[in-house]
Design a protein around this ligand. Structure first.
Ligand SMILES: Cc1ncc(COP(=O)(O)O)c(C=O)c1O
Length: 323
């Protein structure tokens, strides 16, 4: 009766079962995988979400790309990070997951393949399967710093490859994709009509002083069609507010064609709530206070971990950025 997009076996895995057993016993658990910022002891101003009550949200004026003022606010975010983007390149989404799904609908047909980094964001398995795609892993290797194993990219490529995903900085390795790596990826993808999807949700969380300068930015390139992803979830520690975005980059004619089509897909779902679009500008501005706290915490945790693992049986692998 049910679709093959879903896994056949929904039994929780051993880790999940053990965790719920321990919780049921009331045992104290120190969860080192916790990445929900709203549960990590940060000080969220109590009126942070007040902009969601803006009266303008009482009017429903659907816009498939997203309200112009909200897209302008996202363009300002890029400016803050030193990247110039026009509002015409931006499409709003309800989350990064929503963005992946819209992009898969834009770029792929059932049975097509997308290249995904390994190790990386575990959700790629479900995100690809739910859109009837086959994920093909390519490897990141560690040699004092994480980098892309280009031989594995070449092996993973096939006639049905439609997109290549990068996560920069990557979860969980904390590595940026460098400008030189982007050069090689663009040279691989552009001639084969493969788009690059660049998940940059952790871009604000540097752990090394010059990491950001070394990182390549997809949006600064015109040689390959690309889509950069961001959202409130990580940039302001507000995953529950549900606002993400796609910024398209690359050859201008392809960017226009892509955004026109994204508009049609977006118009079919109109999944971004009006209150969050009206509030976007203020949330991005006020959310900086949460971002600063998270930046300080991750930097402190990383420093602590590095110190504690000196002359121990464990090694802290080098991390440039991320949570
Ligand atoms: C690489 C990466 N992208 C996206 C997300 C989630 O973003 P969203 O809440 O906007 O779907 C996460 C969450 O952990 C992530 O690790």
């Amino acid at each position: 009766m049910f679709s093959l997009r879903l896994p056949g076996d929904l039994t929780p895995n051993r880790l999940t079962r053990t965790l719920s057993d321990l919780r049921a016993q009331g045992r104290a658990i120190l969860d080192l995988t916790l990445s929900n910022p709203t549960r990590a002891g940060f000080d969220y101003p109590s009126d942070l979400l007040a902009p969601l009550a803006d009266d303008r949200a009482l009017i429903y004026e659907p816009n498939a790309r997203g309200a112009p003022a909200a897209r302008q606010a996202v363009a300002h975010e890029y400016q803050r990070q030193g990247v110039t983007v026009s509002t015409d390149q931006i499409v709003l989404t309800a989350s990064t997951s929503d963005a992946y799904s819209l992009l898969f609908k834009l770029l792929t047909d059932a049975g097509d393949e997308v290249l995904v980094p390994r190790p990386s964001y575990p959700l790629f398995e479900h995100l690809t399967h739910l859109d009837l795609l086959v994920p093909r892993p390519y490897d990141l290797e560690y040699d004092g710093r994480w980098s892309i194993d280009f031989a594995s990219v070449a092996r993973a490529l096939g006639p049905r490859t439609r997109a290549l995903l990068i996560v920069s900085p990557n979860n969980p390795t904390g590595s940026f994709v460098t400008g030189a790596e982007l050069d090689r990826l663009a040279a691989t993808c552009a001639p084969r009509n493969i788009a690059v999807i660049s998940d940059e949700v952790f871009a604000d969380y540097h752990l090394e002083v010059d990491a950001f300068e070394r990182a390549g930015r997809m949006l600064t390139r015109e040689d390959v069609l690309s889509f950069s992803l961001g959202g409130l979830s990580k940039s302001t520690g507000l995953p529950q507010v549900k606002l993400g975005w796609i910024a398209a980059g690359g050859p201008p004619a392809l960017v226009n064609a892509a955004v026109e089509r994204l508009e049609l897909i977006g118009d079919t779902y109109l999944s971004v709530a009006t209150p969050v679009q009206m509030a976007a500008s203020l949330l991005l501005e006020r959310g900086a206070t949460v971002r600063t706290q998270i930046q300080a915490r991750v930097a402190e945790n990383y420093r602590w971990l590095r110190q504690r693992t000196v002359s121990s049986a464990c090694t802290t692998l080098r991390s440039e950025a991320g949570w």
